[in-house]
Design a binder for this molecule. Structure first.
Ligand code: MN
Length: 135
């Protein structure tokens, strides 16, 4: 069974790109356009990871993260912030809310994939170092 990733993003074009990318990595994808929808879908479907936009209409991604972490059903799901908001002012707040990692848009594909894979399969990403170095 492929692991399940919930992509939370209000901009549909942006969400589509992330969804395609995550799907191409071999994961099953669930989508949400708001924090409220994210909380509902996360508690119903218990994804293995949540990719969370911070700038959302209504509840912010940081608020949604706090609520997800306060709910026993969803508290253990790792959350990665993926946002255009630069880290100097927003990362600390997001970390305090409970995000595992903070990625700023645009993030190079390799970095995006490494962060996601390291959280979902922390022990299976070692093969990249030896084989790919000869290129
Ligand atoms: Mn947004």
């Amino acid at each position: 069974m492929p692991k399940k990733v919930l992509v939370v993003e209000d901009n549909s074009d942006c969400r589509e790109l992330v969804v395609i990318h995550v799907r191409r990595m071999g994961y099953q994808v669930i989508e949400a356009a708001t924090g409220e929808e994210a909380i509902r879908k996360a508690s119903e479907q218990i994804p293995d990871l949540i990719i969370m936009d911070l700038g959302l209409p209504g509840m912010s991604g940081a608020e949604a993260t706090v609520q997800l972490k306060e709910n026993v059903t969803t508290a253990r799901i790792p959350i990665v912030a993926f946002t255009a908001w630069e880290e100097t002012t927003h990362e600390e707040k997001a970390r305090k809310a409970g995000v595992e990692a903070y990625l700023t848009k645009p993030t190079p594909s390799k970095v995006f994939e490494r962060v996601i894979q390291n959280i979902l399969s922390p022990h299976s990403s070692t093969e990249a170092t030896s084989k790919n170095s000869s290129r």
